[in-house]
Design a protein around this ligand. Sequence first.
Ligand code: ZN
Length: 109
Amino acid sequence: MAVINCPSCKKKISDKAKTCNHCDLNLSELGSDKVASLNRANTINKTQRLMNYSFIAMLLFCGGFLFMFRDNIAPGTWQHNLAMVSAIIGFVMYIIIRAMLLFTKRKAS
Ligand SMILES: [Zn+2]
């Protein structure tokens, strides 16, 4: 028995279930091939979205990092602090998104 995502509401359900217990979608009518292909499409969409997020996180990190080392920004000012916070958030976001991507890909294969 495997856990799949409902093609309609995207919640986790058993692949043996006849109907989704969240939205009452009739899965036996859809057929397992259809459900499998929908799940694959969902995974690709999710991966694509995560890639976009990781790109934003990377920009945040690089932007903050570069701004922090600009000549006219002295340490201790709010601009410097903002740049540092942005770099840290970007870095943490990037790591989390990368881990999520790994997890999504491993689950899909
Ligand atoms: Zn559902």
